[in-house]
Design a protein. Structure first.
Ligand code: B12
Length: 215
């Protein structure tokens, strides 16, 4: 099997909501020594995007989307175990991450958290459906340099704007850098709400996080 076959099989396994197959493909990718991140980004994630399109068009229904996302989570867990061990001796920084209140989508945020840990960040992952004030409280108590929020719905991305306001009101906006992401979020939105960075995927998120804490 070539790398392209694996990427295509990963995509198809998610679209077919076939957890067993997704796990098998992830194990094959590991056995072949493929880059786990590439398999996540170019195999499983496009599969999940296609699931979203099918859901939007009404040809796939919520129970299948749930099973498809479980297949993705199981496969990603195997690939994440095979990411290189934490690479930095020195801690890169402290980050608070979470999915905005009202939003339960957490697969992408989880991948960002894992990759940031690989690159030496101490990540306080607050999970999903996180009340905005919790981001602020955790940033204060942990002394974080970065606050990252994920939103996958137009109804919850407004929470990212509100979070900017709450950080200001708490008097810590100058001490932290903010990052936003999630399927509906764009660079335009980040600029509009005054966030310090936007990233389209986990690799870009790490690169920008490092830039923000180093710069
Ligand atoms: C899987 C999924 C679900 C799963 C979530 C499971 C889970 N544990 O996460 C389930 C089935 C539970 C679900 C539920 C719902 N969903 Co849904 N879901 C999806 C789907 C198909 C894929 C999302 C995903 O995991 N993608 C894969 C990951 C890897 O990608 P990602 O999340 O984008 O993350 C990457 C980047 O965005 C970035 N990133 C992510 N977070 C962050 C954070 C920071 C700081 C940074 C820098 C970067 C970053 O890096 C990540 C890794 O590369 C999307 C479709 C889509 N196109 O996204 C719809 C989608 C998001 N869902 C949608 C909807 C409507 C719903 C429901 C309301 C459906 C319903 N009728 O109940 C509910 C919402 C419940 C709620 N209150 O939250 C809509 C939202 C529409 C909108 N514009 O608002 C979408 C877009 C589908 C659609 N096309 O209609 N969903």
């Amino acid at each position: 099997m070539t790398e392209n076959d694996i990427l295509e099989a990963a995509k198809q396994a998610v679209v077919a909501a076939d957890e067993e197959k997704a796990i098998e493909v992830a194990r094959q990718a590991v056995a072949l020594g493929l880059d786990p991140l590439r398999v996540i980004n170019e195999g499983f994630t496009p599969g999940m995007r296609q699931v979203g399109d099918l859901f939007e068009r009404g040809t796939m229904f919520l129970p299948e989307v749930i099973i498809a996302s479980e297949a993705m989570v199981a496969a990603v867990a195997i690939l994440e175990e095979n990411l290189p061990a934490e690479q930095k001796e020195k801690q890169a920084g402290i980050a608070v991450l979470g999915t905005i209140e009202g939003d339960v989508h957490d697969i992408g945020k989880g991948i960002v958290a894992t990759l940031m840990r690989v690159y030496g960040f101490k990540v306080h992952d607050l999970g999903r459906d996180v009340p905005l004030q919790r981001f602020v409280d955790e940033a204060k108590s942990s002394g974080a340099q970065l606050v990252g929020s994920s939103a996958l719905m137009t109804t919850t991305m407004v929470g990212q704007k509100q979070l900017e306001k709450l950080l200001k009101e708490a008097g810590i906006r100058e001490q932290v850098k903010t990052m936003v992401g999630g399927a509906v979020v764009t660079q335009y939105w980040a600029d509009k709400i005054g966030a310090d960075a936007y990233a389209e995927n986990a690799q870009e998120a790490v690169a920008k996080a490092l830039e923000l804490v180093e710069g």
